[in-house]
Each structure stands twice: as C-alpha cells, then as structure tokens.
Ligand binder design. Structure first.
Ligand code: NAD
Ligand code: UD1
Length: 336
C-alpha cells in the first residue's frame, strides 16, 4: 500500500517506517520537525536501504498537505503527528488543543476529498483516565479522570474519528491505544530523542546511565503495588510498530479499537534494576513524593489485538533496556 505517515520523523513513526517497508508498503512522510530531526529519516533509510519521500510541512497547513495528496495516490494514512508532553499540555493547553485537533481535522478533510479510506490513529492508554479495572480492556470506560489537555485531545479525537466513520460507512478507522512505548531498533542508530529533560521513565533512566543526569527520582513508593512504586505496561517500540502493519492488514469499515500492550506490569524499581543490569552499572535513584496525576498501576489486556489482528508483543523488557542502552550510549546527544 502507498501510505501517508504523518509525524513519521518521530520516535514511533521512524520505527513504524521500517516495519512498513519490510512488509512491502511504500510510505511517504510529512512532519513539521517540531519534535524531531530530519536525520532520523536518513538513519531509517540507511537501515532499510531505500529512500523515503519526506515533506517538511505542518499537517494543519491544508494547502501544503493538498499538494502532497495531489502528487500521490494513498491507500491509507497512519497519523502519528501530534504534541505529546503531558506537562507542557497543562501549561500550554491552547497549543495542544489546536495542534492535535486541528491537524487531524485538516487531515480528515483532505483525506475525504482524495478518497482515502483507511485511517490508523495513535491513541493512548491515557484515554482510560483512572483505570476502571485491571487489566484494562477496550470495552472499559474512557474519559473519566483524564488529568491533562494532552489526554483530552486523544479522547476527543477518538470521538471525532468514530463520528466520521458513522457518517461515511466505507471509512475505516483503527484506534490504537499505546501503553508505554520503550526500546529502540536493535541497530542502535534510531531511538527516542527527547528535546529537554525527559518526562518519561525509561529515557530518564538511560540518561542517568549515560551520565547526563545525576539520579532517577522515583515518584512514590506507597502505591498499592508489590513494591509500592508505579506499575506500567512497557511495550517495545518495534512490537508497537508491527501492530500498525497488522492493523492496516485488518482494517475494515467502521471504527475498531485495540490496546497495544503486553498484559504485564513492571514497577519503576524493576525497570531501574533491569536497566542497570544491562548497562552494567548501578543506577542511582531516590524516592520522592508521588507525581500529581499519576495512577498506581496501569496495564492492559492484549487479547483483542492477539485474536483479531494476529499481533503479539514478543520482546521482553530486558531487550527494550538493551536496545535503549545501545541507542543512548552510541548517541549520547541523540540525533544532534
Ligand atoms: P514524537 O514527538 O517523537 O513524534 C511525533 C511527530 O509528530 C514529531 O516528529 C513531530 O515533529 C510531529 N508533529 C507534531 N505536530 C505536527 C504537525 N502539526 N504537523 C506535522 N508534524 C507534526 O512522538 P511519538 O512518541 O513518536 O508519538 C507518536 C504519536 O503517538 C503521538 O500522536 C503521540 O501522542 C502518540 N503516543 C505516544 C506515546 C509515547 O509514549 N511515545 C504514548 C501514547 C501515544
Ligand atoms: C505518561 C503520561 C501518559 C502518556 C505516557 C506515554 C502522565 C501522568 N501520563 O504515562 O499520558 O500517554 O506517559 O507518553 O504523565 N516515573 C518515575 N520517575 C520519573 C518518571 C516516571 O518514578 O522520572 C514513574 C511514574 O510515576 C510512573 C512510571 O514511572 O509510575 C512511568 O512514567 P512515565 O514514563 O511518565 O509514563 P506514564 O506516567 O505511564
């Protein structure tokens, strides 16, 4: 398939480009590079040995987007483009609502004009807000207890996409709810490259391991979890990327939603220990108060994706730590 990949220069986008190309698809990337570097695309090209058409444009720019659609015939869209920092979304809500919502509205509008029917959307575990039960299933309630504008944009966009599919019976929407993506391509040449001090746990731990940061602050050890620290469902980004190929293969009219997760929870201390083992060094940490808005445990059932998409998360947390460490230690300043 010819596939438009928005946000394809980013962390999950780059890994997905590799899987798309390995499976015979032809991606075209649009990205405004607001949170990425064009070098990431060059590195992907080196891994796959083929060139990838890239357009530096903002998805909100309808005129520029239309030019890309008019020069290509797309069978599907994989929509990664969006801002994703929870903390920033609290301090800059308008930027988040306008970027994430507007870009999707513009993209849908142009997609309809050009008759593109398959749409894969990057949603997030954050739509479940406060988990109703564990492990989470796709049928659990969403929208209750979302603590930040970033999460609200994902919740709203799920609704918007479902409405568009109702109005257009041949439109195919797949909402992929990612849990906590970690790891990197095993080449060590691409990976997660946060602009500032990382907010997420694994990039923070890897920057401590490489000596860029002093120690990990563990946000609370008094949760109702086996060791008291937060438990999450960490999924290797390569497994996550493969989930998009599976979703494209099984896309059908209407709206479908899948958790992309492992079904297994790992605590903050377990992750720090696993990373230290891989990096061959002790990772210094201290326990600090809970982070506002955090839940104790969040993990989900991959059963629906297993059964319907034939997709399984195969890589372990140790492999994710090894791959992140290879990327971080070979590229201590990321793509810069
Ligand atoms: P990322 O920031 O690395 O990639 C997103 C890309 O989109 C970046 O390259 C950025 O430059 C681009 N972009 C942003 N706004 C744009 C716009 N208006 N026009 C064109 N390009 C634009 O993030 P990621 O981790 O690869 O995440 C990809 C998607 O998955 C995002 O929608 C994110 O919200 C979602 N998601 C990520 C996680 C995670 O933990 N990484 C978890 C759940 C969901
Ligand atoms: C966060 C976002 C979520 C987003 C997800 C993936 C919040 C409240 N939620 O989820 O919306 O979809 O990232 O981008 O920010 N931790 C520490 N020390 C750190 C960093 C994290 O102890 O320096 C702990 C957290 O308390 C949590 C776990 O590590 O228990 C994972 O945190 P993080 O990587 O930020 O992901 P989430 O909070 O699950």
């Amino acid at each position: 398939m010819n596939i438009l990949v928005t946000g394809g220069a980013g962390y999950i986008g780059t890994h997905t480009l590799i899987e798309l190309i390995k499976n015979g698809h032809s991606p075209v990337v649009v990205d405004n590079l607001s949170n990425s570097n064009a070098e990431s695309i060059r590195r992907v090209e080196a891994i796959v040995g083929t060139s990838i058409p890239f357009h530096k444009i903002d998805v909100q720019d309808k005129e520029e987007l239309e030019k890309v659609f008019s020069r290509n015939t797309f069978d599907a869209i994989v929509h990664f483009a969006g801002l994703k920092s929870v903390g920033q979304s609290v301090s800059h809500p308008l930027e988040y609502y306008s970027n994430n919502i507007d870009s999707t509205l513009v993209l849908l509008d142009v997609a309809q004009d050009y008759g593109v029917k398959k749409f894969i959307f990057s949603s997030s575990a954050t739509v479940y807000g406060t988990p109703e039960e564990l492990p989470l299933k796709e049928t659990n309630r969403t929208g209750f207890g979302i603590t930040n504008p970033y999460g609200q944009t994902k919740f709203m966009l799920e609704q918007i996409l479902a409405d568009v599919a109702i109005a257009n019976p041949d439109f195919e929407v797949t909402l992929l709810r990612y849990f906590n993506p970690v790891g990197a391509d095993s080449s060590g040449t691409i990976g997660e490259d946060p602009n500032d001090i990382p907010n997420n746990l694994l990039p923070y731990v890897s920057q401590v391991a490489v000596g860029k940061l002093e120690k990990v602050s563990v946000f609370g050890d008094d949760y109702d979890t086996p060791d008291g620290t937060g438990v999450r469902d960490y999924i290797h980004v390569v497994d996550l990327a493969k989930g998009h190929v599976a979703a494209l293969n099984h896309s059908k009219p209407g709206t479908e939603v899948y958790n992309l997760c492992t079904g297994t929870g790992t605590s903050v201390l377990e992750l720090i220990t696993a990373f230290g083992r891989v990096a061959g060094k002790e990772i210094p940490y201290e326990i600090v108060p809970r982070r506002p808005g955090d839940v104790g445990a969040c993990y989900a059932s991959p059963e629906k994706a297993n059964k319907e998409l034939g997709w399984f998360a195969e890589k372990s947390i140790e492999e994710a730590c090894e791959d992140s460490w290879r990327w971080q230690s070979q590229n201590p300043s990321g793509y810069a």
